[in-house]
Structure formats: C-alpha cells, structure tokens
Design a protein around this ligand. Structure first.
Ligand code: MG
Ligand code: ZN
Length: 360
C-alpha cells in the first residue's frame, strides 16, 4: 500500500528528501510494559479532539501525554478506510480491505493483540459504547470477511477467551437467525452475564460478559452518563494480575456524531472519552508499568472548526462529507514504550509498537 502512493512519495522527492527512513525495528522480546491500555476514539481526528477541548473549557487529559505521533489510515483497497480495516490494522498489524475483520486482504486469518496477549497469559478486555460485535472491537477477537456478519462475530466472541467485555449488541446473542442462544453459551463458558449497566459494578465472576444494550448504548446527549469511564474503571479493577493485561476501550460514537454532522454531540462524545483517558492515565501513573495509547481509527466528516468561543465553549463547524476522510490521525502515548510512538507511521505500526512493548 505504501508503495502504491506515488503522489505522497513524489511529494517527498520534490522536496529533496531521500527515500523514507526504514521503520524502527521492534525485534526485542523483553517486555517494556506489563500492561497496555489502548483507547480508540472512532472518527476522532484533530478537529473532533479540538471541539472536545473547547467544549471542556480549554483543556483535555490527553494533553498531558508526553509523546505524539501521526498514523496513516489508508486501507489495502481505499484511500479512505472504514472502521473494520482500520481496526484490523491496529489489532492485527495488517492492511486489509474495507469491511474485513481480523483477516488480511486475501481473507486469511491474522492473530490479534488479544489473541497474542492471551497466549502469553495476559488478561484481556474490551469496553465500548457500540455493539461489542461492531467493527472496531470485532477486529480484536473475530475473523470474518465482512463486518456485517455480526451473528458470526458474536459466535467468534464466545471462542475468544476474553476475560471481560462490556458493550451493547445483546440481540446478536439472543435473537439470532440460527436460533442459537449464545447468552446460555456464555454462561456455560464461565462468564458472569450482566445485561443492565447498573449491575456491572456488583459483578463478582472471574469472567465478565456485559451486554448492556440491544445494539448501541445511548448517545452521550441521550443520557448515557458515565457508563464508559465507569466501565473502564471496572475493567482496571478486574484485569490487573501478575502477567499483565491488554485493555481496549473505544469511544465508538464520536464517529456517529460526525456522520450525523452534529458538532455539539461529537464534541460531547470526545469529552466523555477524555474521562476514560484521565482514568487510564491515573492508573498508569500509579502502576508505573502500563503503556497507554490514545488514537483514532480514522477521521469522520471532514470536520472543520471555522469559528467559535472558548468562553462560551462553542464551535462553529462545517463538515465536508457524511463519511470518513483520509486525513492522518493523532496518536498519544504515555508510559513504558511510549517513545516509540513519536513520528509518522502506518496504522499497522500501532500494532507493532504495542506488540513490542508487551514483548509478544
Ligand atoms: Mg467503532
Ligand atoms: Zn464511521
């Protein structure tokens, strides 16, 4: 894919640069970090982030991250990626076609960070505000040619061995075309099943399946409240152990706000995700062995901030598209291994760097 972009390379040559420097080698197997928390803002480009910053009164927790990089989000077949190909790049380290989940561009299965972490005995968790079978989380445990196969993705979840997952999507487990009751399957597999978000905090089982909405959770402006930061706090209380953990938390609905060209809702979803960032950072600061990475799968909306007021915490915005855009996305890193996240690299480089940090 890199070599298929003559415009970009031509631009570099035009400015007199030599060929791009070779990517740094991440060959070491000695782990730098015991734990990794990967925070993904779906559709969270720099304008989304800035709109959240303005809505929050001028500052975000993510500002205190010492290392910033940029990731190129192109998929194997499109300049503008979708969430499935972008999540597969971050979760499995390969560029694939738009729509593909945990498989390469030829359809072959590729191992995810969750699977690699489990093989080494780390605990694993996913926390999202969409269906748990939606593209972003799915790429961390499922292998399907299409993101639309949400019932098959739910079946893959049962086989994933995740220690904890919290999100929506219950209907892909208990109202399936094939009539199979996957909720019973989850309980047989040893999961404590929670279907009401208010019941999450009281869960005591070793493995937790939180399926707390039929599909998506409500939007933040519809009253989702502190569900996402609270679910992440719960995960951070349950996952730590002697072998470490990998947790992915997604602000799934930043993307939805931007698809709907709703600037205030988009900003409010970013502020909600920043609460997750704050909690992850607090955990990492006290733990000292946790790498926190905050990034996006792509930008949504071609969002531009054209005016506004910091005093009133408002922005005037324009959207260039109802879909995603091809712009690079920011990557923020804190903790052991964070320095490797400086610079500009492919979104598959996020997988490479996390894998290296954990010594997987
Ligand atoms: Mg998503
Ligand atoms: Zn989208």
């Amino acid at each position: 894919m890199r070599r298929a972009l003559p415009v970009v390379l031509g631009g570099l040559l035009l400015f007199g640069f030599q060929a791009p420097l070779a990517a740094p080698a991440f060959a070491g197997t000695r782990p730098l970090a015991r734990n990794v928390i990967l925070v993904i803002g779906d559709g969270m480009g720099l304008s989304q982030l800035t709109s959240g910053l303005v809505a929050a009164g001028g500052a975000l927790a993510v500002e205190s991250f010492p290392v910033v990089g940029l990731a190129k989000t192109f998929s194997s077949d499109r300049l503008v990626t979708d969430s499935a190909a972008a999540a597969t790049a971050m979760a499995c380290g390969v560029k694939t076609r738009n729509g593909a989940i945990g498989v390469d561009a030829r359809g072959g299965r590729v191992a995810s960070l969750v699977e690699l972490a489990r093989q080494r005995g780390l605990k694993t968790g996913l926390v999202v505000t969409s269906s748990i079978t939606h593209a972003t989380p799915a790429a961390f445990y499922a292998h399907q040619s299409s993101r639309k196969n949400e019932e098959a993705i739910a079946t893959d979840l049962l086989a994933s061995g995740l220690d904890l997952f919290i999100g929506g999507g219950r209907r892909f487990f208990d109202r399936r075309c094939d009539g199979v009751d996957l909720l019973a399957g989850l309980e047989t597999a040893g999961y404590e099943l929670v279907t009401d978000p208010r019941g999450l905090a009281a869960a005591k089982g070793a493995r937790l399946a939180g399926l707390v909405a039929d599909e998506d959770l409500p939007t933040i402006t519809e009253g989702r409240g502190s569900y996402l930061p609270d679910a992440v706090t719960l995960a951070l209380a349950r996952l730590p152990g002697p072998k470490g953990f990998f947790l992915m938390a997604e602000g799934s609905q930043i993307d939805y706000g931007a698809h709907d060209q709703d600037a205030p809702r988009t900003a409010a979803e970013v502020v909600d995700l920043d609460q997750v960032v704050a909690r992850a950072l607090a955990f990492a600061r006290s733990d000292q062995r946790t790498l926190v990475v905050v990034t996006a799968d792509h930008e949504t909306g071609g969002f531009a901030l054209t005016a506004g007021s910091l005093e009133k915490s408002t922005v005037d915005a324009k959207f260039a598209t109802k879909d995603h855009s091809a712009t690079m996305v920011p990557v923020f890193a804190f903790g052991p291994g964070a320095a490797t996240f400086a610079g500009i690299y492919e979104n598959t480089g996020i997988f490479d760097r996390i894998r290296s940090a954990l010594g997987l």
